[in-house]
Design a binder for this molecule. Structure first.
Ligand SMILES: NC(=O)c1ccc[n+]([C@@H]2O[C@H](COP(=O)([O-])OP(=O)(O)OC[C@H]3O[C@@H](n4cnc5c(N)ncnc54)[C@H](OP(=O)(O)O)[C@@H]3O)[C@@H](O)[C@H]2O)c1
Length: 244
């Protein structure tokens, strides 16, 4: 698809991957709608990209309404779902409130926004990007987060089949150097794989859109994990338990 001059909505645009995607799309000539909760950080990204800020909590129906209201009738051609949050810890220790928030922001919000903006995306022959995670394959001590990202991947797979006129790219990053880990309250402490930059993920997003890629894993070598998971899930679980 053509990015230049199209209207691109980016959720999670106030930070990390979403902010880097916004900057990258602005360089391609997109007209941006930047969605996030933090008005100051959205303003900073708006100044860099010329994008219009929409302050909205995507964990609420009012937040989803605000985004849809802001773009009504504008002809959105690209919708990038990057907003999300993590949680780490044993599954028995994950409380119901955390589960509800993760499900609302990481899964229900992209589903609802997609549903409501799909008529416009059909008209423009547009494109959807879902920033999932390699955790969609299942990561120990991130069970609820993994479930939201696996759900997102499944939703994207279904929409891709159901709506052939709209491109759908799912992005599965490994660890990325953003505020994500600080916000979830548990630092990334593995020596391997090393976190990649948000800009590298943004490059992969734009490449995925321009080339209508189905699934993009960043860094690319992590797709080996995805292939093992698909072909031999029991082996994947064994290897994961042994090597983390
Ligand atoms: N960092 C990683 O290692 C990694 C790896 C794989 C996948 N991902 C995924 O990449 C996406 C972006 O994460 P990131 O690494 O860029 O983290 P980040 O820097 O913490 O950014 C998260 C973004 O999501 C927004 N957000 C969170 N809750 C929201 C809510 N209730 N309503 C509206 N916006 C909300 C934040 O907006 P405000 O700041 O304005 O609240 C922020 O813009 C997430 O979906 C994450 O799951 C991250």
């Amino acid at each position: 698809m053509r990015i230049a001059d199209g209207i691109a909505v980016v959720t999670g645009a106030s930070s990390g991957i979403g902010a880097a995607v916004a900057v990258r799309l602005a360089a391609e000539g997109a007209r941006l709608v930047l969605v996030g909760r933090d008005p100051e950080r959205l303003k900073t990204v708006g100044a860099r990209t010329g994008g219009r800020a929409v302050v909205a909590d995507l964990g609420t129906g009012a937040g989803i309404d605000a985004v849809c209201g802001a773009v009504a009738g504008t002809g959105v051609s690209l919708l990038v779902h990057a907003a999300g949050l993590g949680a780490a810890g044993p599954v028995e220790d994950t409380d119901a409130g955390t589960t509800a928030e993760l499900l609302a922001v990481n899964l229900a919000a992209p589903i609802d926004l997609t549903r409501r903006l799909l008529p416009g995306l059909r008209e423009t022959g547009g494109h959807l990007v879902f920033v999932a995670s390699i955790a969609a394959l299942g990561v120990a001590n991130e069970a609820v987060y993994s479930a939201t990202k696996a759900g997102l991947r499944g939703f994207a797979d279904a929409v891709r089949i159901e709506v052939p006129g709209v491109g759908v790219t799912t992005v599965l990053p490994g660890a990325v150097d953003t505020d994500f880990f600080r916000r979830r309250g548990v630092p990334y402490d593995r020596r391997f794989p090393r976190p990649v930059s948000a800009e590298r993920v943004a490059d992969a997003v734009v490449h995925g859109v321009l080339n209508n890629r189905t699934e993009v894993v960043v860094p690319r070598w992590l797709s080996l994990g995805s292939r093992v998971h698909g072909a031999a899930p029991a082996l994947f679980a064994r290897l994961s338990r042994t090597f983390g």
